[in-house]
Design a protein around this ligand. Structure first.
Ligand code: GDP
Ligand code: MG
Length: 162
């Protein structure tokens, strides 16, 4: 059984972009519209010769109803199934209440979690990343999923801790 890595975070932070980057899948799951990926998607990633199973999720935004509630439920299920969680936030958008809610959920479940500040392109990392430390998760890993920047550093750290 491969280690299972779940990508969680509110819609539009770049989970599917990172999923495609990690799994090398070209059949685009990436949505230009927030929250289009409703289902969990599984793909294999290989980092330095180590295989991982990566799970993409639709996202959690807090206070869900209807289809959003189903999406949130699936994200929670993905968290339960995972060995490790990559919790994505958006450096352009900054820290949001939904991010804080997700952080609480992860704390309750005490899953090993890596906080990924995606979309660091076009922001000053020293300023943009600071608020994310308030989530109390620890290190903040800056990435630009669209270009792959920071992804190797992040995944090497994940592998070290497995
Ligand atoms: P998801 O809803 O969390 O799966 O987010 P997506 O992967 O669908 O990405 C949402 C939008 O953010 C898309 O338009 C992506 O191209 C864009 N995006 C993802 N990663 C980055 C990034 O690192 N930098 C920038 N500028 N945009 C990104
Ligand atoms: Mg998506």
């Amino acid at each position: 059984m491969l280690p299972v890595i779940a990508l969680v975070g509110r819609p539009n932070v770049g989970k599917s972009t990172l999923f495609n980057r990690l799994t090398g899948r070209r059949d685009a799951l990436v949505a230009n519209h927030a929250g289009l990926t409703r289902d969990r998607k599984y793909g294999e990633a290989e980092i330095d010769g180590h295989k991982l199973l990566v799970v993409d999720t639709g996202g959690i935004s807090g206070g869900e109803a209807g289809i959003d509630a189903v999406m949130a439920q699936q994200s929670m299920q993905a968290i339960e199934e995972a060995d490790i969680v990559l919790f994505l936030v958006d450096s352009h958008a900054g820290l949001t209440p939904a991010d804080a809610m997700i952080a609480d959920q992860l704390r309750i479940r005490s899953k090993p979690t890596y906080l990924v500040a995606n979309k660091v392109d076009g922001v000053n990392p020293d300023i943009a990343l600071a608020p994310f430390y308030e989530l109390g998760i620890g290190d903040v890993f800056p990435t630009t999923a669209t270009q792959g920047r920071g992804v190797r550093t992040l995944m090497r750290r994940v592998l070290e801790d497995l």
